[in-house]
Design a protein around this ligand. Structure first.
Ligand code: NAD
Length: 267
């Protein structure tokens, strides 16, 4: 039985991760923590996550629970993740990092510390999306130059950035598969008399509406037919379940930095 520690236990993802751990027979919740000033500190992690009492109190720092698990799952903020990986690496604690928006020097430090422990870092932990990355690449290569490539993403009205990181990753993979430079061929807006679509361009379009957790479509448009690859996430559970799968996988690997393609054996 693998014991998992959850960072940001009262957050949207933290709660779903505690749920996913609770439903998985190979792991149990070893510890949970939040930022020290969070109102959930000292509450039962199971109560906060809505699965009933688990007998694990939410601590106010990683230091309070670091000895209570084999692996840490962290979906918090870039600053918190950096602090956590500094502690985890000093204790050789395995880690799964889902936090997004880690950039620049922070990313360099996270990646260098992650390489010294067993660590999975992926901006999208969904199993379906990661399989989609792989299939999209194969389809682009197989269909070749006769098919126009378009990427469409839809997200909830609260999302602040566009296009989504997942859409950008898809577009980069697709461009790579057909030997194009996304910087040169990416088209993000169309309005007015813009002329015919160029053969080389890859369209990346964003919709924002309601509470959509995240939909991604890759369209390959040919003459007389089109092929569409669609992933729809219904809620956050697909990310939480992917993170738990990554945690169970990484504790059995040699030290190193991995992503979800490694976890799923897609590399
Ligand atoms: P959230 O704001 O609901 O939760 C983050 C939690 O982290 C909060 O409860 C916050 O109090 C806690 N936190 C902040 N600082 C902390 C610290 N120093 N120590 C411990 N806890 C701390 O956000 P969310 O929607 O759960 O998303 C969290 C992160 O996960 C974001 O970066 C988001 O983009 C990312 N995310 C990644 C994936 C993926 O598949 N990789 C999927 C969904 C969300």
């Amino acid at each position: 039985m693998i014991k998992t520690i959850v960072a940001g236990a009262a957050g949207r993802m933290g709660q779903r991760i505690i749920n996913a751990i609770h439903q998985n027979s190979e792991t149990s919740l070893g510890g949970a923590f939040e930022r020290p000033d969070h109102p959930s500190v000292n509450a039962d992690a199971g109560h906060v996550a809505g699965v009933g009492e688990l007998g694990v109190k939410i601590a106010g720092s990683l230091g309070d629970v670091i000895d209570q698990g084999d692996v840490l799952i962290d979906f918090t903020t870039p600053e918190a993740t950096l602090k956590n990986i500094r502690s985890a690496s000093s204790r050789a604690l395995a880690m799964v990092i889902g936090t997004t928006g880690i950039t620049g020097e922070m990313l360099d430090e996270v990646r260098s510390l992650a390489g010294a422990i067993q660590c999975v870092h992926a901006a999208n932990m969904s199993v379906g999306v990661n399989v989609m990355f792989r299939i999209a690449e194969e389809l682009a290569r197989t269909l070749g130059e006769d098919y126009d490539i378009e990427v469409l993403e839809s997200h909830h009205r609260m999302k602040k950035d566009a296009p989504s990181g997942t859409a950008m990753r898809l577009a980069q993979i697709l461009a790579g598969a057909v030997g194009r430079d996304l910087e040169k061929v990416g088209v993000y807006e169309r309005k007015g008399i813009i002329g015919e679509r160029t053969h080389q361009e890859i369209g990346i379009q964003s919709l924002r509406a309601g509470d959509i957790t995240g939909d991604h479509t890759v369209m390959f448009g040919g003459m007389g037919e089109r092929l569409e690859l669609i992933h729809r996430s219904h809620n956050r559970d697909n990310f939480a379940r992917g993170a738990v799968r990554a945690a169970l996988w990484v504790v059995q690997q040699p030290k190193g930095l991995y992503d979800m393609q490694d976890v799923l054996g897609l590399r």
